[in-house]
Design a binder for this molecule. Structure first.
Ligand code: EPU
Length: 424
């Protein structure tokens, strides 16, 4: 079992390069199944979620190979099955994108849903409602979602909730449907736009991605031999920005799209953190006292739910009482108990956490309860007095490429222990 050991108290200093967006990659890789040809995907984050998806594609008959650390070649010519078993998808929560991609290509899909959840119930009713509107018959039985359509026909779909997954899945299913599909109340996240751009590069006709109305004009076929570069990861960038602020550091976060960071940048400035933006970088500098703040997570362009756990650590260090309200997920507070073990004073009331600032966090053995909770514990370890041992780090590896290497390059004392020991 691996763990991260962090000795807190160092101010992070220097520059860090952000990898490609996980939540774009986990949709773009399945989208490559939609062509019977090859494509080259660049700026792919080298994370375990991507490795798992690559293996799933290979099991479906595709060729998928890294040409270098972050460039993935996929050729889906020999894919001849629309079935992905539980064994294949159980480690991959975003496996639901196989539904839209396989339905789009074969008009059929059978995909097992992965069991368990990171943080509460994660329904897919909006995905299913959309597939049905496009003409698919849907059966959910024994943990398997089966989709079958004689033909897919464009439709008008109004999502009841703003859902990233449903928006992307319905784009995938609709690109080759007959006629026009309109998705209203669509998610506007940067990765939704990225997937639309990838599909358009393959010959799809999608307009309006990034707004709440997306129009997809079905095309007869998609073309291969496409080369596409994934956008930078908004959440990895945000995690490093928060870590810089929490450690009173001075960090330039590079290879990002500063516009994607607007909601976090505004909050950091409100909290008395210095933030300067360039064309593709943001510099975050600690300014001494951190002011309290009230934050509510919302769909983009609101404050991202995936930055909620890391930013809570920053609120623990602020002057006064802050609140964070979770506006996307029903339950995302499991990490609070771990944070309390390090001295945080937080009370959860329904969907809101009330955080007493001014805590002196102290190192402790703690665990990651999910991916972003793990990122929060890393930030906590960086500011805590003494040593933090962080367990269950396979969650972190799902979404952060070489987190300890990047932090070490900023002066953090952090190492991964596989077997034996490490010197801090
Ligand atoms: N929802 C429904 N019905 C649906 C779909 C969603 O009620 O059919 C609800 C959910 O329960 C939730 C809300 O709608 O309350 C938003 O869910 P969404 O569908 O947007 O989430 P998702 O697509 O499953 C993606 C990211 C998550 C991120 C959310 C919100 C991927 C693979 N995952 O999940 O990222 O928290 O959007 O931005 O893109 C992470 O990276 O750590 C992570 C969990």
């Amino acid at each position: 079992m691996e763990k991260l050991v962090i000795k807190g108290g160092r101010n992070l200093k220097g520059e860090v390069y952000i990898s490609g967006a996980k939540n774009a990659a986990v949709a773009i890789i399945p989208a490559a199944l939609m062509i019977d040809n090859s494509c080259k995907i660049e700026n792919v984050p080298n994370i375990s979620d991507v490795a798992i998806l690559k293996d799933i594609l290979i099991q479906l008959g595709a060729e998928a190979e890294f040409a270098d650390h972050n460039t993935l070649f996929i050729n889906s010519r020999n894919v001849n099955t629309y079935k992905a078993s539980y064994d294949m998808v159980k480690k991959m929560r975003a496996s639901y994108y196989l539904l839209g991609a396989l339905l789009g290509r074969f008009k059929r899909a059978e995909v097992a849903m992965p069991g368990g959840c990171d943080f509460g119930f994660r329904p897919i009713d909006q995905h299913i409602k959309g597939f049905e509107a496009l003409g698919a018959r849907v059966e959910v039985k024994h943990g398997i979602v089966r989709l079958k359509a004689d033909k897919l026909v464009g439709s008008h779909i109004f999502l009841d909730v703003v859902s990233v997954g449903a928006t992307i899945n319905l784009m995938l299913a609709a690109v080759k449907a007959e006629g026009i599909t309109t998705i209203e109340n669509a998610a506007k996240e940067p990765h939704v736009v990225d997937i639309a751009n990838f599909l358009n590069a393959m010959g799809a006709n999608i307009k309006g991605a990034g707004t709440d109305i997306i129009k997809i004009k079905g095309v007869e076929s998609l073309k291969g031999n496409v080369s596409y570069s994934i956008i930078p990861d908004q959440i990895e960038a945000g995690t490093f920005m928060v870590a810089a602020a929490a450690t009173q550091g001075d960090v330039v976060v590079r290879n990002i799209i500063p516009k994607h960071m607007d909601s976090l940048t505004a909050k950091l400035i409100e909290m008395n953190v210095k933030v300067v933006e360039g064309e593709d970088w943001i510099r975050v500098t600690g300014n001494g006292r951190i002011s309290k703040a009230n934050i509510k997570t919302l769909p983009y362009p609101g404050f991202p739910t995936d930055l909620h756990p890391p930013v809570t650590v920053l609120l623990c260090l602020a002057d006064g009482t802050s609140t964070i309200t979770e506006g996307v997920w029903d339950s995302r507070f499991q990490y609070i108990d771990e944070l309390k073990r390090m001295g945080a004073q937080v009370k959860v009331e329904g969907r809101m956490a009330v955080i007493e600032g001014g805590s002196r966090l102290t190192g402790a053995p703690v665990k990651a309860t999910d991916l972003r909770a793990g990122a929060a514990m890393v930030v906590a370890g960086l500011v805590a007095e003494g040593e933090t041992e962080l367990y269950n780090i396979e969650y972190i590896d799902r979404g952060y490429e070489n987190i300890e290497g990047k932090l070490r390059s900023l002066g953090a004392e952090i190492c991964r222990i596989r077997q034996g020991s490490c010197q801090l």
